[in-house]
Write a protein that binds this ligand. Structure first.
Ligand SMILES: [Zn+2]
Ligand SMILES: [Zn+2]
Length: 330
């Protein structure tokens, strides 16, 4: 099969990915073999390609928004059958025995493993994945438009929950890419007033089209009860904290953030403003979000691209040349 590997992590302009021909993987016990129908391109893939997230094994196939058809399964697979359409996301293993797993926080499991980082992902014609971590997908979306729900959607959903937005509250969304435009629609469907802050004019237009109350390049027009920072830019943290009302919460959605400058207690944190990180997601988050997406039709901004253009798709993401999500189609 054709696949892409992160061969030499470095700036995207140096060509860290290479296209290879490799054997179709074989499913082990509890695993599914999928024929990949679509795989979303996520900013985390860029962090892996550029080495911001260091490789844990050489020549790994990236890609963790996989939509595939089950073509084979190892022993001990009960929930899925050949021909099923399933989704595979970032989280692919936890131990279920540690204190975090037992407390319902498997996203914090120290033994967690991730698709496209600890194991080969979906920038390929076939992929294997543990059935226990695969999702049933809502039938109301085609392959290309359901793919971004699997990371951008689920992580945005968890970030929104971590931001503790009160019912009918004022939410700020900073950065408006694949994850943000889905989280915004969840918040809007739940009755929030959504203010979007992003430099990109096309993204501001998309935000307004989706129902945001405002979209600006610099700041929201009113104080915020909650905010989610999607842009991986640490220097925005004090800026966003200063936009929060008393008691407000800022959740940082990304897996990687540039350094946060020195904060001033009075200006940025006093009056019980909170700053929170978001670390991956639990499978319950995933199932909850996919059920929400089934019941509330989301507009998914996605652009299909041939698998052969994976490196170009990442370059475009690095240069902010995409609105919404690129989705690779083998
Ligand atoms: Zn655990
Ligand atoms: Zn992702």
């Amino acid at each position: 099969m054709i696949a892409w590997q992160v061969h030499r992590p470095g700036p995207i302009g140096t060509g860290p990915l290479r296209q290879v021909t490799m054997p179709v993987p074989e499913p082990g016990p509890g695993e599914l073999l999928l024929r990949v129908a679509a795989c979303g391109v996520c900013r985390t893939d860029l962090h892996l390609a550029e080495g911001d997230l260091p490789p844990v094994r050489p020549d790994t196939v990236p890609g963790h928004e996989i939509v595939g058809e089950v073509v084979d399964a190892g022993v001990d697979v009960a929930d899925f059958a050949t021909g099923d359409r399933v989704g595979v996301a970032w989280l692919r293993h936890t131990d279920q025995t540690c204190r975090y797993c037992r407390a319902g926080a498997e996203n914090l499991c120290p033994a967690s493993r991730y698709t496209g980082w600890h194991a080969d992902g979906g920038y390929a014609q076939y992929a294997v994945a543990p059935a226990d971590y695969a999702y049933q997908l809502p039938g109301t979306y085609d392959d290309v438009h359901v793919a971004p729900l699997l990371c951008a959607g689920i992580i945005g959903y968890r970030a929104l929950r971590r931001a503790d937005l009160p019912p009918g509250g004022r939410l700020g969304i900073y950065g408006f890419g694949a994850s943000a435009h889905l989280a915004a629609q969840v918040a809007l469907a739940e009755g929030a007033t959504v203010h979007v802050v992003t430099r990109a004019a096309a993204a501001r237009q998309l935000a307004l089209d989706l129902g945001a109350a405002s979209a600006a390049a610099d700041r929201p027009p009113e104080p915020l009860d909650a905010a989610v920072l999607f842009a991986p830019v640490g220097s925005l943290v004090p800026v966003v904290l200063s936009h929060l009302d008393r008691g407000g919460t800022l959740a940082i959605a990304g897996i990687h953030l540039t350094d946060i400058p020195v904060l001033n207690y009075e200006e940025h944190l006093f009056y019980e403003r909170s700053l929170r990180s978001v670390t991956a997601n639990t499978r319950d988050d995933g199932r909850e979000f996919l059920a929400f997406a089934r019941d509330h039709p989301l507009r998914v901004s996605a652009t299909p691209r041939p698998l052969a253009e994976a490196d170009e798709a990442l370059s475009d993401l690095a240069a902010d040349r995409v609105t919404g999500a690129a989705v690779l189609v083998p």
